[in-house]
Design a protein around this ligand. Structure first.
Ligand SMILES: Nc1nc2c(ncn2[C@@H]2O[C@H](COP(=O)(O)OP(=O)(O)OP(=O)(O)O)[C@@H](O)[C@H]2O)c(=O)[nH]1
Length: 372
């Protein structure tokens, strides 16, 4: 082979090599583009989540698929367990989220940092001991992890924990821009939905006793009457009023009175089913909506409540014991006519329970009166 044809062969080989390199780069670029599109769709989906359960289930369901991960868990800092308590009261089923972890302090997360410094993602090999709390159900053969701090205004609110069975998936040398971006979107969405759920909760509950407020009960009553009419089941309503509560306030002070109200709310609640709704209508008056309960069974529940309140005095924080009784009025829904306005049926039901309560007061208090 002369010098000219050797050069031509070299150029050809070089050309083939460059072409295959180019093909590989194009393939990589297409793959990255595809991942980016999937992530953009994911970002849109989580931004559009309407509540906490939806957001969390989208993260757990979608992220492993689009990012080809073998484990995704979420640790949330919940110092006084407020988030957990409120979500629980709003009916979030935590059993459905085994990879949602609540921790009570920043120290429970792996991000050691100098004061004032912003924590950075930690990428590297999986350590079954050191990472046990972050991955309660690790898949077999997990090899590498990315622990991504969730930050809002430089404040750590939790950690997004990603795991892979491939050792090379997350290494210390890797850039962290991508996971940081993912963490920042998830952190914003989490903070927003948690604040919204908290506001929802505050707007529907009574701050003194933690039971529902009048606004919630009024709305729920309309929904329940509509359902009772549709499905032809009974529903009843109960008014509960503390007896001589003015005297309680006069003898133990307003703060002592508040303690009594909280304890009585708890005792009432203990006698109810999960499907029933307890609300405080202001002052010392509570209302219960009893779902799928006719007058007899509602009256039976009323007797149990009366008994539970009267059976033992309320012990205040200062040790003082306050005997308390309640009067209860019970009425049952009688207007099953689907054509008549729901609002009128609701008014009528509340008015009858109130009239029954009035009779209970009139006839001596510490008793239950039901009106058919
Ligand atoms: N501690 C406390 N007291 C309250 C609250 N809201 C209302 N009250 C008090 O509840 C008392 C209600 O008094 P009344 O309506 O006269 O009724 P009562 O003394 O319970 O008498 P009967 O209902 O007829 O048995 C008043 O003294 C109110 O000040 C509250 O949120 N906390």
């Amino acid at each position: 082979m002369d010098g000219g044809s050797a050069l031509a062969e070299d150029l050809k080989a070089e050309n083939v090599r460059l072409r295959s390199q180019l093909a590989y780069l194009i393939e990589q670029a297409e793959h990255n583009h595809e991942i980016m599109c999937r992530h953009q769709a994911f970002d849109l989906e989580i931004v559009g989540s309407s509540g906490f359960p939806e957001l969390v289930s989208t993260i757990f369901r979608t992220l492993p698929v689009i990012s080809e991960l073998d484990a995704v868990t979420l640790s949330l800092i919940d110092v006084d367990a407020d988030i957990h308590t409120v979500m629980n009261k709003l009916g979030v089923d935590f059993d459905a989220f085994p990879n949602l972890i609540f921790v009570d302090s920043e120290a429970a997360l792996p991000f050691a940092r100098a004061p004032g410094a912003v924590p950075k993602p930690m990428l590297g090999p999986y350590d079954s001991e050191a990472h046990a709390d972050l991955f309660p159900n690790p898949p077999p053969g997990m090899e590498s992890v990315a622990l991504v701090p969730l930050l809002r205004n430089r404040r750590l609110i939790g950690s997004l924990n990603l795991g892979s069975v491939h050792l090379a998936r997350f290494t210390e040398a890797m850039g962290t821009d991508f996971v940081e971006h993912m963490g920042s979107i998830i952190a914003i969405c989490l903070e927003n939905t948690i604040s919204n759920e908290m506001l929802k909760y505050i707007g529907l509950t009574d701050s003194l006793t933690g039971v529902y407020n009048r606004r919630y009960i009024d709305r729920r009553l309309l929904e329940e009457i509509a359902r009772a009419r549709r499905q032809s089941y009974r529903m009843s309503c109960m008014y509960i009023d503390l007896d001589h509560f003015k005297h309680v306030n006069d003898s133990v002070g307003h703060q002592g009175g508040d303690e009594v109200l909280r304890e009585v709310a708890g005792r009432i609640k203990d006698e109810l089913r999960l499907s029933d709704a307890l609300g405080r209508f202001g002052g010392e008056e509570f209302v219960v909506l009893l779902i799928d309960a006719d007058l007899d069974s509602a009256t039976h529940v009323g007797h149990r409540i009366r008994n539970s309140v009267a059976s033992a005095p309320v012990t205040l924080a200062n040790g003082y014991k306050v005997p308390v009784t309640v009067s209860i009025g019970v009425a049952t829904l009688s207007d099953f006519d689907r054509e008549s306005p729901i609002e009128a049926a609701a008014q009528q039901l509340l008015a009858r329970a109130d009239a029954a309560l009035y009779r209970a007061k009139e006839s001596g208090r510490n008793r239950v009166v039901s009106l058919d």
